[in-house]
Design a protein around this ligand. Structure first.
Ligand code: ADP
Length: 640
């Protein structure tokens, strides 16, 4: 029997398959089953269009027969089959898209040492190429050293010839005609794979085990619409839950499916099922988990939805279907418009996939809004689990996702004593209130005690307390909500929001104590950028605020990070003093007209004490605790 050579590009692909380091060898089964399913689809269509009533969909099957003695797996389908010519053209050449890629690509040729690519780079390239146009039928060579394809093409009179295609890989293939008796189906294809010998690293024999085959079918081909048989068993469920009539699926069904498919012990808090018809038609079934996965905030966590193309699973976690800020969503997408050959490497270029992803993002957003509106208590729990991710999303990409996310985040309110949305805050704003007030700190209690928050609270304004490390960074990125700017009550900018009366009073007091304030600043040189008087310190003598972008709280967060560059950030500190506090009059007296050296020395010591107490109130460490303690002791003993 004459051996024929594969076309040049096909040979390269075959080489790749045979020597593949491709980790996913098991997908050969999915590929062959899916070819069988296509062949059944084609036959069904042909029978419908030619009016052949002898063809019944109920008879359609795909069968897997492992044989341990012969070390073979047979995959049979009673689909449309192939003629002798079709066997040659379909299995002797690879798809056009593939041949394009192989042109001029000597870098892939393992024996070509002139290539500058390292073996690893070549391997990577090989995976990319396999991914780019799908592995298809040739994937059989990832696991076998001999493949025969026996096929009988469908014809209305059932009299097509039976032909067998045989190849052991790179050295070519042959096609021969067989007697009719060699085939026991009216039409169809029977593929026999002779498995490679096991090696140290690879166990091909596992594909002869029933349980492996069962598992692979369930994993990749569960929803193929024709029965996939192993002995008397049908391995696939055939009807996907997301294709069943909505009214026929009970909430428990979704919950059970979610738990078994995604390995969770808890029911999801929301189930999103949606179908879209249009440029990209698809069905999606998504779940919002009821708790944070244990690895959620670690780098091991992989986001993504399972991707099906017409019921055939093509990727377990397709990351490009979900934006990072919705990465907690689990589920699947099934689309007839997606190529089976999509791969991790080609995802990003796929227009259909992009369309679907955009659509899903909107759906998830709407679902979360609905969740927030109609089930506040549960939403707050959800927010406790995944809210931080939504906040990261607001911060990411320079605040680009503001419109999507700003109405989904919650912050603690000083007046409501619970979590509120930005919309609720703005709704309650007073007529004369220009900004959305916030204060960042370690805990609600600590923020509540700050002198500045007390002042704003006494004026009857609501403050958002930000206790999550990311919060203030997020707020700074977002900048405003419904045209209302955010304003930290702990920053010096806050003085803009003071009343005219307060402003005038302070200006006058600062003028009167100009020299004293200047002297205090001098004596604290290097520690602070400014000294000011403030109307906002009701009970306290002194406090720290900041100037510019970096707040004291942000400085704390940045300093706690391991990166060297984040250590360099320092908030520009302003020491604010309370003009009405008794401490201030003591300082004034001591300073006098500025000519008394003993008095000035006292002022310098007091200034240092005030600075240190302001640090403590802000939750920052005092610079020299021992010196600070000694100063206090000195104050006490001076009383003698
Ligand atoms: P693809 O399925 O992406 O076209 P494959 O390499 O898997 O590429 O298959 C090449 C062609 O061989 C298919 O398009 C189909 O025409 C034919 N073919 C493969 N398997 C079968 C089968 N079981 N029955 C009928 N035709 C088949």
């Amino acid at each position: 029997m004459a051996k024929k050579q594969f076309k040049a590009e096909s040979k390269k692909l075959l080489d790749l398959m045979i020597n593949s380091i491709y980790t996913n060898r098991e997908i050969f089964l999915r590929e062959l089953i899916s070819n069988g399913s296509d062949a059944l689809d084609k036959l069904y269509y042909k029978a419908l269009t030619s009016g052949d009533s002898g063809i019944k969909k109920n008879d359609f099957f795909i069968e897997i027969v492992p044989d341990k003695d012969l070390r073979t797996i047979t995959i049979r389908d009673n689909g449309i089959g192939m003629t002798k010519d079709e066997l040659e053209t379909n299995l002797g050449t690879i798809a056009k898209s593939g041949s394009q890629i192989f042109k001029d690509d000597s870098a892939l040729d393992a024996s070509d040492t002139s290539s500058k690519d390292s073996p690893e780079a070549k391997a990577k390239k090989a995976i990319d190429i396999i991914g780019q146009f799908g592995v298809g039928f040739y994937s059989a060579f990832m696991v076998s050293d001999l493949v025969t394809v026996t096929s009988k093409s469908y014809s209305t009179d059932g009299k097509s010839s039976v032909n067998r295609w045989t190849s052991s890989g790179a050295d070519g293939y042959s096609v021969e005609e067989l007697p009719d008796s060699a085939f026991d189906m009216p039409s169809g294809t029977e593929i026999v794979l002779h498995l490679k010998e096991d090696t140290d690293g690879e166990n091909f024999s596992t594909f002869l085990e029933d349980y492996t085959l069962r598992e692979l079918v369930r994993k990749y081909s569960d929803y193929i619409r024709y029965p996939i048989k192993l002995g008397d068993d049908t391995l696939n469920t055939m009807e996907p839950i997301w294709k069943r009539q909505k009214s026929k699926v009970k909430p428990e069904d979704y919950n059970d499916y979610y738990k078994s498919k995604f390995g969770d012990y808890m029911d999801p808090v929301r189930v999103i099922r949606t179908s879209v018809e249009g440029v990209s038609s698809f069905t999606a079934l998504m779940f919002i988990p009821g708790h944070t996965p244990f690895d959620y905030y670690s780098k091991d966590f992989e986001k993504g939805l399972t991707l099906y193309s017409s019921g055939v699973m093509i990727m377990e976690r397709c990351p490009d279907l979900l934006p990072d800020y919705f990465n907690f969503v689990q589920g699947l997408v099934d689309s007839q418009d997606l190529s089976l050959n999509i791969s991790r490497e080609t995802l990003q270029q796929d227009r259909q996939l992009k369309n679907i992803a955009k659509n899903l993002e909107k759906k998830i957003k709407r679902e979360l809004e609905d969740f927030l509106k109609n089930d506040r208590e549960e939403y707050e729990k959800f927010f406790g689990n995944f809210g931080r991710q939504l906040k990261y999303g607001l911060y990411d990409d320079f605040g680009m996702h503001k419109d999507t996310l700003q109405d989904l985040v919650l912050f603690y309110s000083s007046t409501e004593k619970k979590l509120v949305t930005l919309a609720e805050y703005v709704e309650r704003m007073k007529e004369d209130q220009k900004s959305i007030y916030y204060a960042a700190g370690e805990s609600i209690d600590k923020i509540d005690l700050l002198p500045q928050t007390e002042y704003i609270k006494n004026k009857g304004y609501e403050i958002l307390y930000l206790t999550d490390e990311v919060d203030e960074f997020v707020i700074q990125m977002v900048q405003d909500y419904k045209d209302k700017p955010f304003m930290s009550v702990l920053s010096e900018d806050m003085s803009q929001d003071e009343t005219e009366e307060d402003k005038n009073r302070i200006a006058k007091a600062e003028e009167e104590s100009k020299d004293l304030l200047e002297y205090i600043k001098e004596s604290l040189s290097g520690k602070i950028a400014e000294v000011k008087l403030s109307p906002r310190l009701t009970g306290s003598a002194a406090t720290l605020t900041n100037k510019g972008e970096i707040s004291l709280e942000m400085e704390k967060v940045l300093k706690s990070m391991p990166m060297a560059e984040s250590q360099a950030f320092q908030a520009e500190r302003i020491l604010e003093l309370n003009p009405d506090h008794e401490v201030m009059s003591v300082m004034k007296d001591a300073y006098g007209d500025g000519t008394n050296d003993a008095g000035k020395e006292k002022v310098a010591r007091y200034a240092n004490l005030l600075y240190n107490q302001a640090l403590l109130i802000s939750g920052l460490p005092v610079e020299n605790p021992v010196a600070f303690a000694q100063e206090i002791n000195k104050l006490i003993t001076d009383q003698k």
